[in-house]
Design a protein around this ligand. Structure first.
Ligand SMILES: [Zn+2]
Ligand SMILES: [Zn+2]
Length: 234
């Protein structure tokens, strides 16, 4: 299984960037994890969205799902319906995705997304939000989505080969009550895994990523920072 980063910005896209969007793929089979602003155009550069096994939406914040809206027009023209695995709680964006082009499935109940195995656990965030585990051919990707803390995710992340983790803030900026983890917290979560490669993500466009990478590597050396277009073997 491979992971291709389509977008890694938090909140709003960086210049020429994109918000959350990650493609888990093996051979011709692909599963999109989140579909924030800027993600759809990068997806088109790689594949026809009609060929996706489905789309996982970790939560209904706009930076994780807003490109589902123009995707509806694309699917409509092709009379195609795509499965969406997402939180079932009412949210304005979910309402807009209740359409013939999407078949909405509860993320918490799903154990399969096409050929990929799927499981989910709630994270601490201002709206119902999930971390997801995607499996294929004996390899495991865990993506935290948006999460304010990592302790409650430790057991879930333990067997990850790659841990794609919310790491929005530096030590200097992070404080209790923020909706995202710091790079240091991401590294501490990675330390509790058996052997995961840590990928930092969800960077606010103004955040200096080199600082985040340094702070994480001080604790967990097997760490990389995501960048759009990056491809990783899982
Ligand atoms: Zn976000
Ligand atoms: Zn969020």
């Amino acid at each position: 299984m491979k992971l291709t980063v389509l977008g890694n910005s938090g909140g709003y896209p960086a210049a020429n960037g994109a918000c959350s969007g990650y493609l888990a793929h093996e051979g011709e089979k692909a599963l999109l994890l989140d579909c924030g602003s800027g993600v759809l155009s990068r997806l088109f550069a790689l594949m026809d969205p009609c060929e996706l096994e489905g789309i996982v939406i970790t939560h209904w914040h706009f930076d994780h799902g807003s490109d589902l809206l123009p995707l509806q027009y694309y699917l409509q023209a092709r009379k195609k319906t795509l499965p969406i695995y997402a939180p079932t709680e009412n949210a304005p964006l979910r309402k807009l995705c209740d359409c013939p082009e999407f078949s909405l499935h509860g993320l918490e109940e799903a154990d399969q997304a096409g050929v990929f195995s799927l499981s989910a656990i709630r994270t601490k965030h201002p709206m119902p939000s999930f971390a997801v585990k995607v499996g294929m051919s004996g390899r495991t990707l865990v993506y935290t989505g948006d999460a304010a803390e990592g302790q409650s995710l430790e057991a879930f992340c333990r067997d990850a080969d790659v841990l794609l983790c919310d790491a929005a803030f530096s030590k200097a900026i992070w404080h209790e009550g923020l909706p995202h983890m710091s790079a240091e917290m991401a590294a501490k979560l990675a330390e509790t895994t058996a052997h995961a490669k840590l990928l930092l993500t969800h960077f606010p466009p103004a955040q200096d990523v080199a600082t985040l990478l340094r702070e994480a590597r001080d604790i967990y050396p097997n760490t990389q920072a995501t960048q759009p277009g990056m491809q990783i073997d899982i």
